[in-house]
Design a protein around this ligand. Structure first.
Ligand SMILES: Cc1cc2nc3c(=O)[nH]c(=O)nc-3n(C[C@H](O)[C@H](O)[C@H](O)COP(=O)(O)OP(=O)(O)OC[C@H]3O[C@@H](n4cnc5c(N)ncnc54)[C@H](O)[C@@H]3O)c2cc1C
Length: 437
């Protein structure tokens, strides 16, 4: 990391809104109270409003404060960890999960178009990219498996697909592309504020209790009596007494953004397409171009939270490590430095799949996108709203529905396990340098 890298406590994509909605004050009644104003909660609230329900959305900071505005902006159909894990862990269920994941991308593209959200969306897909011949061979098998499950994927050659020189090719996920998540999430917030949904930002829900006839959600200054509650707090669910225990394991993920890169330099490095990239490491690295002539990249070493999840800036050491990764993948850009860095909490689940269900009478949850919720969060939020409005459960929601809200411990998402994953990745990098291909 250069000393000039600014470490942000929110997002590099957008500033916080200047006009937060007033906090909840006093008592209110409604049909459904939605807790959490990320993509899940906002999409759910919008759909419930469309279906005629009286909805109150309670958000502890402002809508979009969480992962939804902070992510890397790869709109992808990745599910079940990554394509390899999906093929290994979920061979039997893979077709329904692939359908859910592709469906989520198309749904979100439709949401962007229908709401007229200008979020710099560049369709063209993302590539789970191979750095070595060995990885390319593995990618061939996984691409065939995913295509056999109905996935919109194909194996591509790096040069033909316009990928940077160091990337030999990989699995092109045709559905999706890259966008500015700050603008997307802010656009959705604008839609929610313009709808019939009552929004209270700066309103952290402290408790949710059954009343017999429904539920009551309480903040420090007020309460909402509702027929039903939807918990859409993703990673933050870990700290909430009314969320199912162990439903998610939060991990802090770090991103960085380069300074503007001179015209033609990315093309000279081979990156002539807008396709986003993630590597096939144990813990992936991600790279994508932006409309401002920069590259946003990150991951490598996710971190377990220290204490209660709250505002946080990235660690300088982790920023330095992701920048090192950028320079290794783009050797001709070694003079390019990182202008800023930020991070956010993703919500991992022991199954590596999102989860939805009813945790108690009238209390529902939809969360745990394992770092791939940009498309899945608005889709699952919407399907959950349909369910809460009494519509039939959609097959894609059924694919992740939990009849019993019991969750196993997740030993892989601990500091020693993450450091081991990182170390394995660095060893494989060194081997690749010595024996290219
Ligand atoms: C660094 C990073 C990179 C990522 N990159 C990608 C990517 O490229 N592609 C992709 O598909 N996914 C990516 N993701 C994941 C994706 O951003 C998330 O899966 C998705 O945004 C989850 O949306 P959500 O609405 O469920 O959660 P969030 O956006 O986290 O929203 C939860 C909301 O709940 C609120 N809240 C918490 N507690 C309370 C409470 N007590 N009362 C009221 N409100 C509360 C929070 O303030 C927050 O606004 C990334 C995530 C991170 C952090």
């Amino acid at each position: 990391m250069t000393t000039a890298t600014e470490r942000l406590s929110f997002s590099g994509w957008i500033d916080p809104p200047a006009d937060p909605s007033p906090a909840l004050d006093g008592e209110r009644r409604c049909d459904v109270v939605v807790i959490g104003g990320g993509l899940t909660g906002m999409a759910a609230a919008l759909r419930l409003d469309e279906l005629g329900a009286d909805v109150v959305l309670l958000e502890s900071a402002f809508c979009g404060w969480g992962a939804s505005s902070r992510n890397a902006g790869h709109l992808t159909p990745t599910i079940g960890g990554d394509p390899q894990l999906l093929a290994t862990l979920f061979r039997r269920r893979a077709p329904e999960l692939v359908r859910l994941a592709d469906g989520a991308v198309h749904f979100t593209e439709g949401l962007i178009a229908d709401r007229g959200i200008d979020c710099e969306y560049e369709p063209g897909g993302n590539v789970s990219a191979a750095l070595t011949e060995g990885q390319m061979k593995r990618a061939e098998g996984i691409a065939a498996f995913l295509a056999g499950c109905g996935g919109e994927v194909e194996l591509v050659d790096g040069a033909e697909a316009g990928l940077p020189h160091r990337f030999r090719g990989g699995i092109l996920e045709r559905a999706g592309g890259v966008l500015n998540p700050g603008l997307f999430t802010r656009g959705l917030r604008d839609s929610v504020l313009a709808s019939g949904v009552t929004v209270h930002e700066q309103s952290a829900v402290e408790s949710v209790d059954g009343t017999g006839a429904g539920v009551v959600a309480r903040t420090g200054a007020g309460s909402v009596n509702a027929g039903r509650a939807l918990l859409a707090t993703n990673a933050y669910a870990r700290d909430l007494p009314y969320a199912p225990p162990r439903v998610v394991a939060p991990l802090w993920v770090t991103l960085a953004e380069t300074e503007p890169i001179g015209p033609g330099r990315l093309e000279d490095a081979g990156w002539t397409s807008t396709k986003g990239l993630y590597t096939q490491h144990v813990i992936l690295e991600s790279y994508r171009r932006t409309r401002r002539g920069t590259v946003v990249f990150g991951s490598r070493l996710p971190q377990t939270p220290r204490g209660v999840l709250g505002a946080r800036v990235p660690d300088p050491g982790v920023v330095g490590d992701v920048v090192r990764g950028f320079h290794e993948r783009f050797p001709s850009l070694r003079d390019v430095s990182a202008e800023r860095a930020w991070g956010g909490f993703i919500a991992m689940t022991p199954s590596w799949l999102p989860v939805a269900g009813e945790s108690g009478p009238g209390v529902f949850y939809a969360l745990g996108y394992n770092g791939h919720g940009l498309a899945q969060a608005p889709y699952v939020g919407t399907l959950m709203a349909d369910r809460l409005a009494g519509r039939e459960v959609h097959d894609d929601l059924a694919a992740i529905w939990r009849e019993v809200p019991r969750f196993a411990p997740a030993p892989l998402f601990t500091t020693p396990a993450l450091r081991l994953g990182w170390a394995i990745d660095r060893i494989s990098d060194r081997m690749m340098e010595r024996r290219p291909g």
